[in-house]
Design a protein around this ligand. Structure first.
Ligand code: ADP
Length: 265
């Protein structure tokens, strides 16, 4: 096995069966994700992005095929994989400090070490001084920063992000994208991020897995060859805009093909 591969997805399909109706959510997915690579899974709603991510997290099992992480078949969730969801999943009854500390306590990390770790990650996400605040007192962006600090605190090998900035306004979203890249550079991890935002995918990822729907499958994998020290300004670079145009073209083409198929049916 190649040593620098983190995830190996082999012949994975997923079919939901709710008794009355079967939905083929994903068909024949094959993908390898390298260690410390930043992957964006991009596509319109319903193309199976979350399904794929939830299988990587171990919350869902493939109907056929296998997924391996670090050479081991995924059998369920594990502390090697941290998740951040779109909807704020902080514990409302715990303050910021305790939310970030939670996973460390579960792993029985000694108190002194817990304190140092929580402080470090809260600093990294710019939330020093907010330790005592409760989630309801925080803005959306701040809540997602807590969620990122919490996911990172246990030092997982990978981070799985499901539309993490989807509920934020455009400005906060841009800021969170930059902050997340900064934190990722400081604490290298394999990141798999689901998004339907083309610009976000180009800005953040090393490779973009462009999905198609009906059923969900990989349409194309785009290598983003832009400098890695990306900041806000790269969004107006001609190369950046070309990636956006190319991917938009793929998505339009896919929508047209789908409409034609529907009309023929
Ligand atoms: P995306 O994240 O790209 O929006 P999803 O992975 O959520 O796509 O869904 C892919 C397809 O599977 C959709 O057609 C959706 O309706 C269906 N689906 C997702 N979750 C379930 C479920 N628990 N039961 C039945 N169908 C589901």
């Amino acid at each position: 096995m190649e040593k620098n591969i983190m995830y190996r997805i082999k012949g994975v399909t997923k079919c939901y069966d709710n008794g009355k109706k079967k939905i083929q959510a994903l068909q024949e997915i094959n993908l390898e994700i390298r260690k410390n690579e930043f992957i964006a899974i991009l596509g319109a709603s319903g193309c199976g992005k979350s399904t794929l991510l939830r299988m990587l997290a171990g919350f869902l099992e493939p109907t056929t095929g296998n997924i391996f992480v670090g050479g081991q078949r995924i059998e369920g969730p594990g502390p090697d994989r941290g998740m951040v969801f779109q909807a704020y999943t902080l514990f409302p009854w715990l303050n910021v400090y305790k939310n970030v500390e939670y996973g460390l306590k579960e792993l029985k990390v000694p108190a002194k070490e817990r304190e140092a770790t929580v402080k470090q990650y809260l600093k990294d996400v710019g939330l020093e001084g907010f330790e005592a605040a409760y989630p309801k007192e925080l803005s959306g962006g701040m809540k997602q920063r807590v969620a990122i600090a919490r996911a990172l605190a246990t030092n997982p090998d990978s981070l799985l992000l499901d539309e993490p900035f989807g509920a934020l306004d455009a400005q906060t979203r841009g800021h969170m994208q930059e902050l997340t890249l900064e934190v990722w550079r400081k604490h290298p991890k394999t990141v798999v991020m689901v998004t339907h935002d083309i610009e976000e995918a180009v800005f953040m990822a090393d490779r973009i897995v462009v999905m198609k729907s009906h059923p969900g499958a990989i349409r194309e994998i785009v290598d983003v060859n832009l400098p890695r020290d990306r900041d806000f300004y790269i969004k107006s670079d001609p190369r950046f805009l070309q990636y956006k145009r190319d991917i938009l073209g793929m998505i339009y083409e896919e929508m047209q093909e789908h409409e034609e198929k529907e009309m023929d049916a």
